[in-house]
Design a protein around this ligand. Structure first.
Ligand SMILES: [Zn+2]
Length: 172
């Protein structure tokens, strides 16, 4: 099948765009190798905190652009965000539960899980935690994504599950 996302390539500059947003198309191993190198240099906890802030900011900016560009309401935007991530090859996200202050998301074929080996209790997809906190804080209209907690509860790499799961909630 062909990609489900519209891709426009500027003839003059060579810049790729989807929905007007400049995009980069790159090999999965390139992205994951860079990710693992930074994790090794900084330590997982430090890197995870940095990623959470940065990716949440990007998720919020993306969602705000969709509201302006497509006129979607916040809940439709939240669903569209995970649909687009799925269509762009990060993995297949599905929103299993979404209540007023919490929810859970399943992820199949995560790029990080596919590149990593299996290991007991292993969880490797923490980059997506910030994606979720950003999108959910946008949905709730919170002032900051730090008001949302999210954890990859289990991972397809842990030897016990065939997919990853993220649970999230707004802090009381
Ligand atoms: Zn995972």
């Amino acid at each position: 099948m062909q990609p489900a996302v519209p891709i426009d390539v500027d003839e003059m500059s060579g810049i790729w765009r989807t929905d007007g947003l400049p995009m980069v198309y790159l090999p999965r191993h390139f992205l994951v190798n860079n990710h693992l190198a930074v994790e090794a240099a900084l330590g997982r906890d430090v890197y995870r905190a940095i990623l959470r802030t940065a990716t949440a900011k990007s998720a919020i900016e993306w969602c705000e652009a969709q509201v302006q560009g497509k006129g979607l309401d916040p809940e439709a935007t939240f669903h569209h965000y995970f649909q687009r991530l799925s269509q762009r090859g990060w993995g297949q996200f599905s929103i299993d539960a979404l209540a007023s202050r919490r929810g859970s998301i399943s992820l199949r074929n995560s790029i990080f899980a596919l590149e990593a080996g299996q290991g007991p209790g292993r969880r490797v997809c923490y980059m997506f935690e910030g994606f979720v906190t950003g999108a959910f804080s946008f949905l709730l209209g919170l002032a900051a994504p730090t008001q949302v907690e999210c954890e990859e509860t289990y991972c397809a790499c842990d030897g016990r599950h065939d997919h990853c799961r993220f649970d999230f909630a707004a802090k009381p």
